[in-house]
Design a protein around this ligand. Structure first.
Ligand code: AP5
Ligand code: MG
Length: 225
């Protein structure tokens, strides 16, 4: 029989959050800290799709050329993440949804699981600042950890802090691909932001500030609910 124990700690509803912002806005950098602090699972869309691209030439070409992958396969991968027991306490979607189709599907997938978004964070940053960050980024492929040669340098040049393995540049992190990546974001994100603004879920952060300052803002937004 199901008798509630009055001394049992209150179970927190899942904390489901989406981070939305252009390439280089620091979604991944902040998402790692957020997931650690709030105990949710971090779903880095780019890392997940890059892994899937190892077996899919079409995905690989889209990513390397800075174009979006079609909504259906992307949403299917998100559904699989939502069903992982590790994501029961909450999920942080880093780079999803990026189209109005993805947003509608996400709301549906969450509601089928009796869940709903707690917040959508929009990372605001001018294109030139984002481009500087992307072109200076170094990447540790197996963990998804990122560095920047001047803003966030690794302890040993060219080496991941945790494993000592070599850092690389992502194949889409070059100045000629960046305008396409920015356009892929800006051309489609308007209706997504409007949807969540109307739902009262949208929180905006000035992502052009230093990483620790963005982190303080994020924490204060989530402390006050
Ligand atoms: P994805 O990997 O998600 O790339 P993105 O959206 O372009 O974003 P980035 O990961 O490049 O930037 P970020 O905001 O995470 O910044 P980061 O923290 O690394 O997606 C790749 C591709 O996959 C897409 O192009 C598309 O093809 C496909 N895809 C992904 N999602 C999809 C979807 N939903 N639908 C369809 N296709 C999809 O920081 C960047 C740099 O800046 C780092 O060097 C970092 O050290 C530095 N930095 C971070 N914060 C600061 C700060 N505050 N000050 C100074 N430097 C900072
Ligand atoms: Mg990222």
């Amino acid at each position: 029989e199901d008798i509630e124990d009055p001394k049992a700690p209150a179970v927190r509803p899942p904390l489901d959050v989406a981070f939305i912002g252009p390439p280089g806005s620091g979604k991944g950098t902040q998402a790692r800290r957020f997931a650690d602090k709030f105990g949710v699972c971090h779903v880095d869309m780019g890392s997940m799709l890059r892994s899937a691209a190892a077996r899919n030439e079409q995905f690989k070409a889209s990513i390397n050329q800075g174009r979006l992958i079609a909504d259906d396969p992307v949403c299917e991968l998100v559904a699989q993440q939502l069903d992982r027991p590790e994501c029961d306490p909450g999920i942080l979607l880093d780079g999803f949804p990026r189209t109005s189709g993805q947003a509608a599907k996400l709301d549906q997938m969450l509601s089928e699981r009796r869940r709903s978004l707690s917040a959508v964070v929009q990372f605001d940053i001018p294109d030139d600042v984002a481009t500087d960050r992307i072109t200076g980024r170094l990447h540790h492929p197996s963990s998804g950890r990122v560095y920047h040669h001047s803003f966030q340098p690794p302890r040993v040049p060219g080496r991941d802090d945790a494993t000592g393995e070599s850092l690389t540049k992502r194949p889409d992190d070059f100045p000629d691909v960046m305008p396409r990546r920015l356009a892929a974001y800006r051309d489609l994100i308007g209706p997504v932001l409007q949807r969540y603004s109307q739902a009262g879920l949208l929180k905006r952060v000035d992502a052009s500030k230093p990483a620790d300052s963005v982190w303080s803002t994020l924490q204060s937004l989530f402390k006050s609910g």
